[in-house]
Design a protein around this ligand. Structure first.
Ligand code: ADP
Ligand code: MG
Length: 570
């Protein structure tokens, strides 16, 4: 007798659930997609314990009749595809007919729906089995409540993270939908608190402002370009504002959030000349192509797509982004670069600003590090000049040394800050005028979690009304940096470190790296000779003066012998 059997429906659903649903955020994604496909104008999400205990999505869409309310839990039951032709050009977010049966198979689910205000249907399901179907009076629309996700799959349940981590994923998912659908109202309540609530916005720019605050929105550069079969819209962050986190790049194709290598590559190509490796500018990119030109059926969670004309899409996106980076608006003026500094003591603009910036390495003098034992006397590099306001040219005995001023300063700040943090003795600087910080909902949650660790690193940050916080003090080593952006970077950095490790030392190291990078003098900053000399002297006292904390080289040397060979003197 043969050994092959066809799996029963329930088992098949459970297996599909493994692909479609891996955490509360993926349930949320599927449910919100259904609401949007149903034409909802308002979507309300309620969650408890990061969505692990409860996740409810209520919409005001077209609803379902009694038959559909039952049928939608059958595998491959969908109203969105009729035949193969439809699959060639998908215009809805869903189409696989898998989500509801998959979610129902691993939870206790309650569906309540109606096609008009009045009589409706309520379906209760437990681990994929329908327990009851009732009539229920309700308003038009649909509500799906998922309780005890994975209650019957303990192995999966164990993989869920802390409430706060799962919540941050929920917020990320909802933020992306809110970006893609500015006209729709979104609300998320967690444990009785509204963490996100955005009324309908007129356009994407307004939505970005609602979600991320005016501070970010006002620096973004609008993108607009049409190719033969592709349209690109959105907003690009200025190169100077680039942070270390990649997840500020929100890419959408036909309203669907995607992770797409073609698009990511095009974007990094566009920024290549202006943004250092390892830093990522904020980006909101909306690509529209004919649905027949893109295959969305290549990933169970529909997170990846395949373009029929990938090369064209790539080039139009690259040109679209590169075009705005070439404009004057892409280059912030000096006063703009350091708003926090300006808050602490008024920063003059023009040449005086350059001088003020040049004075930045000064704090290092206060507390010289002990000289390294192996340092040979006479080997101290003497500054000769500055090349292109970016590289320090020095002479070390008979060797020419070229130093990347940003990398060098980064290394100096990193070692100083790390040793202070490890000794619990971070030198602080109170800000004369506290800096206001706008926080996206997910960031506000992060702040609650990480305030303690930030305090140990010298940042005094406290919530200050909804969606805002106040920075009262910062570590002296970063006193010159744009502290609002820095604190936001640190929060996001902390979240990503915590996803991979529980080690506090590792976390501290990462945060210190980010802070040092942000606070270090940038390239294209003129420095007076004394500041350059001080920088090289400080560098000479570092434990590792050869690479920056990200691993890039700090300096290269050209020995006299090589110079002589170049001139055929040898
Ligand atoms: P898909 O979205 O791929 O069609 P789902 O399992 O997510 O598959 O949903 C099955 C069907 O249930 C949908 O095609 C739709 O007809 C119906 N449905 C699901 N959620 C809603 C909702 N919020 N409002 C109206 N209809 C819905
Ligand atoms: Mg769906």
């Amino acid at each position: 007798m043969g050994r092959i059997r066809v799996l029963d429906e329930q088992l098949a659903n459970r297996i599909a659930a493994g692909e479609v649903v891996d955490r509360p955020a993926s349930v949320l994604k599927e449910l919100v997609e259904n609401s949007l496909d149903a034409g909802a104008r308002s979507i309300r999400v309620t969650a408890e314990a990061g969505g692990k205990r409860l996740l409810r999505v209520e919409d005001d869409g077209i609803g379902m009749d009694r038959d559909d309310a039952i049928l939608c839990f059958e595998r491959h039951a969908t109203s969105k595809l009729r035949g193969l032709d439809d699959l060639e050009a998908i215009t809805t977010l869903g189409f696989r007919g898998e989500a509801l049966p998959a979610i129902a198979s691993v939870s206790r689910l309650l569906l309540s729906t109606s096609e008009q205000d009045g009589p409706g249907t309520e379906v209760e399901i437990r681990a994929g089995k329908i327990l009851s179907v009732r009539e229920a009076d309700r308003v038009r629309g649909t509500s799906v409540e998922v309780a005890g996700l994975f209650f019957n799959v303990p192995a999966r349940r164990r993989f869920l993270r802390s409430d706060a981590t799962e919540l941050s994923h929920l917020l990320r998912v909802l933020t992306d939908f809110a970006l893609a659908q500015p006209a729709v109202r979104f609300r998320l309540e967690h444990g009785g608190r509204a963490l996100l609530d955005t009324g309908p916005a007129g356009d994407c720019g307004e939505r970005i402002e609602q979600l991320f605050g005016t501070e970010l929105a006002r620096t973004l550069l609008p993108i607009r370009r049409d190719g033969a079969s592709v349209k690109v819209r959105g907003f690009a962050g200025r190169p100077a504002d680039a942070g270390t986190r990649r997840d500020r790049q929100h890419l959408f194709v036909n309203g669907r959030r995607v992770h797409d290598r073609t698009l990511l590559h095009a974007v990094s190509e566009a920024y290549r000349e202006t943004v250092a490796a390892g830093r990522h500018p904020a980006l909101f990119l909306f690509v529209e192509v004919d649905p027949a030109e893109v295959d969305v059926n290549v990933h169970p969670q529909k997170a990846e797509v395949r373009f029929r004309r990938a090369a064209e899409v790539h080039d139009v996106v690259r040109e679209a982004v590169a075009a705005v980076l070439g404009t004057a608006a892409a280059v912030p003026d000096l006063a703009d670069l350091r708003p926090a500094y300006a808050g602490a003591f008024r920063l003059p603009s023009g040449p005086a600003a350059a001088a003020a910036l040049a004075a930045l390495p000064a704090p290092e003098l206060r507390e010289p590090m002990p000289p390294r034992a192996e340092q040979t006397p006479g080997a101290r590099p003497e500054v000769l000049a500055q090349l292109l306001d970016s590289y320090v040219i020095a002479q070390e005995r008979d060797t020419l040394v070229v130093v990347d001023q940003h990398a060098a300063h980064e290394r100096v700040l990193f070692e100083r800050y790390l040793s202070q943090a490890e000794a619990d003795g971070v030198e602080q600087q109170r800000l004369l005028v506290p800096v206001q910080l706008e926080l996206a909902p997910a960031q506000a949650v992060l702040l609650e979690q990480e305030a303690g660790e930030l305090a140990r690193l010298g940042f005094v940050v406290a919530p200050f009304g909804p969606g805002a916080a106040r920075i009262d003090a910062v570590p002296a080593v970063v006193a010159g940096a744009e502290v609002a952006g820095l604190v936001r970077d640190l929060l996001e950095e902390a979240a990503s470190v915590r996803r991979v490790t529980t080690g506090v030392a590792e976390l501290r190291r990462q945060l210190v790296t980010t802070a040092a990078c942000r606070a270090a003098i940038k390239v294209r900053t003129p420095l007076p000779r004394e500041a350059m000399q001080r920088l090289l002297d400080d560098l000479g006292r570092c434990r590792n003066p050869t690479t920056c904390p990200h691993g890039r080289p700090i300096a290269f040397r050209l020995p006299l012998a090589d110079i002589e060979r170049a001139f055929r003197r040898r």
